[in-house]
Design a binder for this molecule. Structure first.
Ligand SMILES: *[C@@H]1O[C@H](CO)[C@@H](O)[C@H](O)[C@H]1NC(C)=O
Ligand SMILES: *[C@@H]1O[C@H](CO)[C@@H](O)[C@H](O)[C@H]1NC(C)=O
Ligand SMILES: *[C@@H]1O[C@H](CO)[C@@H](O)[C@H](O)[C@H]1NC(C)=O
Ligand SMILES: *[C@@H]1O[C@H](CO)[C@@H](O)[C@H](O)[C@H]1NC(C)=O
Ligand SMILES: *[C@@H]1O[C@H](CO)[C@@H](O)[C@H](O)[C@H]1NC(C)=O
Length: 387
């Protein structure tokens, strides 16, 4: 309503100025009338154009409520569209409680009554901007049918992407998320819930601003879509950094034997995504009894899913990370680290299982890379990463 009122004010301004300018020519009331008529028509046209522009393109951030006001006008007579078309504008004013409730709607019939092309949702959980965005642009361009992008960022960064970007207006309503605290899991659930609103999203990948892809889109898409399991890291760590973080108050919901640890960077299918966002059983327990030095983002989803859907899990993450340098944080790689030998180490350094067989292709993504790595990465991408 705010911007509509402003536009009306502007229209009035024009009218007033027009009137003042023609004030001298009292001798020509007809001309004055004509002029007034012209400005009136102009103002009305201006308002109509502005309003339909807002309706068409939608409006982010501050004036979201303006768009919501117009939603009823945009609805097509074909009501099915309302359920199968992704939201035009990702910004909304739902609270987390409202959002999670809405996102937990699940169709009960097996088949979709329309041609559903399942997509991979790339969900970027970031502190600030996305310095490696050009690499992801290069990966995703041309595959629009098969992916969607979501950004949860603590600073509003979507404005800096041009309309041609895969990141353009992909920011979701975000809140502060702190490492090792429940606010981090809240942010991840917020990303999942927003992505679930698009019925076509079938796989959900959590990424950070320091993540890079290791293969081209075709390979990544094939690996994820043909997998019988979701890639959530989950293992029983007997050390003080694993079982040592378990709190007996969590039983009976969670026993020490069910306690799991795993990397925060996951890939889950739609069914598991719904399990995560609909959970109200384990959430209060983890929120109350897993606080630092229990890092809840390493335990909540792995433990919860291991209890509820163990057979659906690959129990490993798709995101490579280097802990070999020791310390509380994994290694960050910059310009001087990026080389063919470096990638040979990432791509062939491990063996794992995929759909029951052995493979050396264990990772599709890697972290952490600093902004300075972008240039050499773009340079070697066509040769080493095949995109
Ligand atoms: C969201 O916006 C709508 C319409 O603009 C309003 O009716 C509703 O109360 C708002 N909800 C919240 C939670 O602010
Ligand atoms: C993608 O990469 C694979 C190897 O990982 C290669 O065989 C394939 O040709 C590449 N596809 C495209 C479209 O570049
Ligand atoms: C992952 O672990 C669970 C139990 O923790 C097990 O049931 C499941 O089979 C494992 N997944 C794979 C692919 O081995
Ligand atoms: C992976 O398996 C292959 C074949 O079984 C073996 O030659 C290789 O050394 C293994 N690599 C690692 C890092 O264990
Ligand atoms: C996978 O490798 C392990 C040892 O690394 C071996 O015991 C197992 O039989 C292999 N499985 C398949 C399906 O080849």
């Amino acid at each position: 309503m705010l911007s509509r009122a402003l536009q009306l004010e502007e229209g009035k301004d024009i009218l007033v100025t027009g009137g003042a300018r023609t004030g001298l020519s009292k001798a020509f009331p007809f001309k004055l009338l004509l002029l007034l008529g012209f400005f009136l028509a102009f103002s009305v046209a201006f308002i109509i154009i502005s309003v339909s522009t807002i309706k068409y393109y939608g409006i982010n951030t501050v004036v979201t409520s303006v768009t919501s006001t117009f939603v009823p006008c945009r609805e097509k007579p074909n009501v099915l569209n309302k359920w199968i078309k992704p939201p035009l504008v990702l910004m909304h004013n739902m609270t987390d409680e409202e959002l999670l409730w809405r996102a937990s709607f699940v169709p009960q019939r097996k088949d979709y009554p329309f041609n559903r092309v399942p997509k991979i949702a790339f969900m970027f959980l970031t502190m600030g901007p996305l310095p490696l965005a050009p690499l992801w642009e290069r990966l995703l361009k041309g595959h629009e049918m098969h992916y969607s992008v979501y950004i949860h960022s603590q600073v509003s960064s979507s404005a800096e992407f041009p309309p041609s970007s895969v990141f353009y207006r992909r920011q979701i309503p975000s809140q502060v998320a702190e490492w090792g605290r429940m606010t981090m899991c809240d942010a991840e659930r917020r990303l999942l819930a927003n992505a679930l609103l698009d019925i076509s999203n079938e796989w959900f990948v959590l990424l950070s601003e320091s993540c890079i892809p290791l293969f081209n889109f075709t390979t990544i898409h094939g690996y994820i879509t043909k997998s019988k399991h979701s890639f959530m890291g989950s293992f029983d760590d007997p050390s003080p950094y694993g079982r040592g973080r378990y709190n007996g108050n969590m039983s009976p919901e969670v026993s020490i034997n069910e306690w799991r640890k795993g990397s925060q960077w996951f890939e889950v299918n739609r069914e598991l995504a719904v399990s995560i966002i609909k959970d109200t059983l384990y959430y209060p327990k983890f929120k109350e009894f897993c606080t630092p030095a229990c890092y809840v983002d390493e335990h909540y989803f792995p433990t919860m899913l291991t209890i509820e859907k163990p057979a659906a899990l690959a129990n490993r993450s798709l995101t490579w990370v280097d802990w070999s340098r020791g310390g509380p944080h994994p290694a960050t790689f910059g310009q001087s680290d990026v080389s063919e030998e470096f990638f040979a180490r990432i791509l062939n350094g491990d063996n794992c299982t995929y759909n029951g067989g052995n493979t050396s292709m264990c990772y599709l993504f890697a972290r952490k890379f600093s902004p300075s790595a972008l240039e050499p990465l773009i340079y070697i991408a066509p040769k080493i990463l095949s995109f």
